[in-house]
Design a binder for this molecule. Structure first.
Ligand SMILES: Nc1nc2c(c(=O)[nH]1)N[C@H]1C(S)=C(S)[C@@H](COP(=O)(O)OP(=O)(O)OC[C@H]3O[C@@H](n4cnc5c(N)ncnc54)[C@H](O)[C@@H]3O)O[C@H]1N2
Ligand code: MOO
Length: 339
């Protein structure tokens, strides 16, 4: 690569994409890498502020930014992650499927610690749609020592992948709604439809809803029955806080289920319970999940459907960033909530 005054570059090969920006109108590639510079390009290049340009003259041990970007993306992409042709020196990684995006955070930090290597990503545990942009990989200079890219490739071979998207499993899901006010018909159930809509997103095999009175034994029996019928996921609603009639946490415990957590540092969602009855996930969902569009339930469901087994530490880790701002128009998952 060498630097040449633009007037003297006619006939030479441009060695990087050149970007044009017109405020509010256009941002994109004006000249493509590899373009042979024509006489009529000179004026346009001068208008883009380029009095000098780099023309291609490869040197041993160095690679161009485009090759570096593709090699970075290729090394980092795991299961269900694809990446595109570089544009303006950057290769974009995206999801081949709808699923849960997982990031090997320690590895990503190591890769970004290599000087001049720059990879920006969505946070992990992000529920993504097919085609969703996940990350962008590039190097800072136009030409980089190949050795740096090899270092990334070796790290990914040893500790990778850095990024993958886990497809959702088709889980059998049962809903148990507690509360005398609903069971006795004093008010209409408002929780069932909310939960059902969320289960539909994951294409769950819905086993139906059971209404239970505020009776520990009845709730316990409903949980055990759902498990006997093969439920992988049992969602209980209501009765999760501190009133004398709030019996759901006790009923979950009485089935012999192993409690992962009662209480979570998440608002809305403080009074949440998560337990496992054999391999079935049992969730005690507090009343707030009926009212707010986004709560702890939206944070844990993608992980459960991706087949992850949640631990206490997963909940502890949620604390920083788990206070929902209740925006007028909810943009979750495109926000900081539980990231
Ligand atoms: N003194 C305290 N009060 C509250 C606490 C607390 O720690 N101390 N926690 C608060 C939090 S956080 C939540 S969330 C709520 C709700 O907790 P519960 O899950 O126990 O909800 P319930 O008491 O069962 O019901 C509250 C409310 O919602 C109505 N509801 C419940 N289920 C249904 C349903 N299926 N369909 C329609 N409506 C339903 C119920 O009738 C009540 O109006 O507690 C805070 N309070
Ligand atoms: O369980 Mo309640 O979370 O915070 O509103």
């Amino acid at each position: 690569m060498k630097q040449v005054p633009v007037e003297k570059a006619v006939g030479m090969i441009l060695c990087q994409d050149i970007t044009k920006i017109v405020p509010g109108e256009f941002k994109g590639r004006a000249f493509k890498k590899g373009h042979v510079i024509q006489k009529e390009d000179v004026d346009e290049l001068l208008k883009l502020g380029k009095e000098h340009i780099y023309v291609w003259e490869p040197r041993a041990g160095e690679i161009h930014e485009d090759e570096a970007a593709v090699r970075l993306a290729g090394a980092m992409a795991g299961e269900n992650v694809e990446y595109g042709e570089p544009k303006e020196g950057k290769s974009t990684l995206s999801s081949r499927i709808k699923g849960l995006y997982e990031v090997n955070s320690a590895l990503l930090r190591k890769i970004n610690s290599i000087d001049m290597v720059s990879v920006a990503s969505l946070p992990g545990n992000f529920a993504v749609e097919k085609g969703r942009k996940l990350a962008g990989a590039r190097v800072i200079p136009l030409v980089i020592e190949e050795e740096k890219i090899q270092k990334v490739e070796n790290l990914c071979r040893d500790k990778g992948p850095t990024f993958r998207v886990i497809p959702y499993k088709r889980l059998k899901a049962a809903v148990i709604t507690t509360g005398n006010e609903v069971f006795k018909g004093r008010i209409e159930d408002g929780f069932g439809p909310v939960i059902l809509k969320k289960l539909e997103y994951f294409e769950a095999d819905y086993m139906g809803q059971t209404l239970c009175p505020d009776d520990m034994e009845e709730i316990k029996r409903a949980i055990l029955r759902a498990r006997e019928k093969g439920a992988d996921l049992i969602i209980l609603t209501g009765g999760m806080s501190v009133d004398p009639d709030d019996l759901t946490p006790g009923a979950i415990k009485s089935t012999g289920a192993t409690v992962v957590t009662y209480g979570a540092p998440v608002q809305p969602g403080n009074m949440f319970m998560m337990a496992y009855l054999e391999s079935a996930a049992v969730l005690g969902v507090p009343g707030c999940a009926m009212y707010y569009s986004t709560t702890i339930l939206d944070v844990v469901l993608p992980r459960i459907f991706a087949g992850k087994v949640l631990k206490k530490q997963d909940f502890i880790d949620m604390g920083e960033g788990s206070l929902c701002s209740s925006c007028e128009s909810c943009r979750y998952p495109n926000c900081y909530f539980c990231r």
